[in-house]
Design a protein around this ligand. Structure first.
Ligand code: 2P0
Length: 348
């Protein structure tokens, strides 16, 4: 026994989808039924901080999330750890002088600076940080695309947090998932004036996990097939083009209709899955009216697997968007009154 502890720390950002991932064609490998698009938010605003340590005297793999010990036995965590260990093992075989970290147990400590599991993409930042922290600890030099394939197995949306800016998760065709990975559509620098506001409507844990909700939709919704096969492929092209052209009007419209369609297929599931609440719907009404008054898309709303709203807008419109929220928030019952604004993440 050496008694030495090897450690590496890293942070990873949150991403919020503007074209939603909803449905798996392979639940073990986390392969999606459609491609998706997201925007990565700056780590100055929202992030997971993770430290991974390895030592020959650790008795078992352990994970602490926001100070609480969590099980490390879930198949998704196991899949990420075994892929990373196999890559480290190959490195050790090629470099016998390297310490045999692949044989040591890991201790992982992870902290979010925002509410966990409340539909704020905590699993995305969480798995992205975990994969990157262990890759750093193991001195792996895989590309972000390669690491995104590993993070995807932890949580689908985590693959998109491997990049800053505007990111696509290409669903891929292969049965082994080798082509299901994230790629960058545009850097933050290419369209730097996008901003996001996150309205925390409820910070409590969601009732239906994304995994369960997705499977209910895939197995029971008749609208779902149309969404996955007809709507999303076309929308994917239109949204990618809008991002490259910095066309906020089109980007915003597509973002809102895609959020609404995602919640529609949730409602079309049996039993129905509800993520938005009355306050969420109030925000939709508010933004729709606000855009109508301005005769353009000033702000675009989107809701994930929870009631919290994310608004995308351009920096020059921040005074009117935040002004609207300031005026409306005190009137709204059930609004947590916590909100964050975030810039877009530069290259991570
Ligand atoms: C997304 N969501 O594209 C969609 C939109 C929620 C609504 O990805 O089962 O935690 O771990 O692969 O990634 C949330 O689902 O699901 C999600 P798993 P994940 O961001």
């Amino acid at each position: 026994m050496t008694g030495k502890i090897y450690s590496a720390s890293t942070t990873a950002p949150v991403n919020i989808a503007t074209l939603k991932y909803w449905g798996k064609r392979d639940t073990k490998l986390n392969l999606p039924t459609n491609s998706s698009i997201s925007v990565t938010l700056s780590q100055d605003d929202l992030r997971t901080l993770t430290t991974a340590s390895a030592a020959d005297f650790f008795q078992s793999d352990k994970l602490w999330l926001d100070g609480k010990e969590e099980s490390l036995e879930g198949p998704r965590l196991v899949a990420c750890l075994s892929e990373l260990r196999a890559l480290r093992k190959a490195l050790e075989d090629a470099n016998p002088e390297f310490p045999p970290l692949s044989k040591y147990h890991l201790h992982i400590i992870s902290e979010n600076n925002f509410p966990t599991a409340a539909g704020l993409a905590s699993s995305a930042a969480g798995f992205a940080a975990l994969v990157r922290a262990i890759a750093n600890l193991y001195d792996l030099h895989q590309s972000p695309e390669d690491l995104s394939r590993i993070a995807r197995q932890g949580s689908g949306s985590a693959c998109r947090s491997m990049f800053g800016g505007y990111v696509a998760w290409e669903m891929g065709q292969e049965a082994d998932g080798s082509d299901s990975r994230a790629v960058q559509i545009a850097t933050q620098e290419a369209w730097p004036d996008m901003k996001a506001a996150i309205l925390v409507i409820s910070a409590s844990k969601k009732e239906t996990s994304s995994t369960l909700g997705m499977q209910t939709t895939v197995n029971t919704s008749t609208l779902f097939k149309y969404r996955a096969e007809v709507v999303v492929p076309q929308r994917f092209k239109e949204m990618s083009k809008a991002i490259v052209n910095k066309d906020f009007e089109t980007f915003g419209k597509l973002t809102m209709i895609d959020s609404n369609q995602f919640h529609a297929v949730c409602l079309d599931s049996s039993p129905p899955v509800f993520y938005m609440n009355d306050t969420s719907r109030l925000v939709i009404g508010l933004i729709e009216k606000f855009n109508k008054i301005h005769d353009r898309v000033v702000a675009a709303y989107t809701f994930d697997a929870g009631p919290n709203a994310v608004l995308y807008y351009l920096e020059r419109d921040e005074p009117i968007v935040l002004g609207l929220l300031k005026a409306a928030v005190p009137e709204v019952d059930g609004w947590d009154k916590k909100s964050y604004t975030a810039s877009i993440a530069p290259t991570v």
